[in-house]
Design a binder for this molecule. Sequence first.
Ligand code: NAD
Length: 429
Amino acid sequence: MSLWESALKQLEKANEFLKIDPQVLEKLKKPEHIYEATLEVRMDTGENRAFKAYRVQHNGARGPYKGGIRFHPQVNLDEVKALALWMSIKNSVVGVPYGGAKGGVEVDPKQLSEWELQRLSRSYIQAMHSFIGPWADIPAPDVNTNPKIMAWMVDEYEKIVGHKAPGVITGKPLEIGGSKGRVQATGRGGLYILNQAIEKILPGKQKSKLTIAIQGFGNVGANFAILSFKDGYKPVALSDSKGGIYDPKDLDPEKIYECKEAGGTVASCYLRRSVVEVPKELKFLKTGEVSNEELLEIEADVLVPAALENIITAKNAEKIKAKVILELANGPVTSEADRILSERGIKVIPDVLANAGGVSVSYLEWVQNNMGYYWEEAEVNEKLKKLIVDAFRNVWDISEKYKTDLRTAAYILSLERIVEAMRSRGTAA
Ligand code: NAD
């Protein structure tokens, strides 16, 4: 099943409870706009290379479209459509006044020089500038894009339109209108959600006894690992695309982060410690190294996929030992795996709720840009907490009311709001 088919299936499942008017449901099953372009980018060698680029706007009933831009070799239209639909759902779950969109470029950015990357980022905006804008569609970072890339993109947009427009893109560096707290926001939001979920699912369990395995050590995974560790939880396994580590005794994500920033990988950073320091009772390889597949099946209370989609499937769902899965990545659990996990009593906190901290602070960044007044980090974090905790409570209550899983509950809450907005506009029956 493709990612888009899987997104539609989730929509259908929620509709079993909602019974949305069939014509309205049909509208929700199609993105409102799909833009495709071929970006011609000059390489440092003087040659031009072509890259496929996309921007998909799924539903704009609740406000300007909003969603990140991904640079990845596997980016394709099917994936961008699914990610755009999930953004419509997510923005509505946390109650921020946006529709959903997503963008992507089919590229391996690690193969590009810094100048090539900058030319590619500017070229994306040259191709898409007519479709985005602070009151039209507001991009943000996603996989392999970061504040530096957002800064080039804002700069290019402002050159084209001829005036400053910081609200056109969120996730910017602080010095050009970014928000304090945005870099950590998705990880921090995930932590707030985990705190709420543990109170409901494993009440009374001490944080220091709650072990966590985290796949992916980028913006989302690394910040979540560090923040959860500082909050008293016990991360025991970490990984990046090169492999992972498992250490049930004394894993300090901040140290791994510092080493990774200096150019290492998660596994090499860990092994940089002297061999005698590595605990002997590690369950996998003696060195504590684990593969990304092994990490998913590790003995840990909470499993946090924070890399890419479709990594928990019908093949490995039976082997997952965690009691709670916190989906910080978008779409990490396939529909079949979702069913298996649910039958096994494993609670999945869905992406559209668990990773909504990122878009929540993107919203706060956009508000600050629009009013030209900037908050301190503590105020941003407080506002984030309110948005995300309210969303969790609403989703939890709906899951109890309809006796359904949290993903379906999140879709119910979200779709009700989207359909209501469509009704107000007169675009739904
Ligand atoms: P990133 O590019 O900063 O980091 C991705 C991480 O995943 C890296 O550590 C990379 O090494 C690792 N990785 C890649 N392939 C892997 C594999 N096969 N196995 C294990 N690890 C692998 O990206 P990010 O911004 O942290 O995004 C991660 C996920 O979170 C994505 O699904 C993204 O859509 C989602 N997300 C991001 C944000 C945000 O604010 N950045 C918000 C919401 C959701």
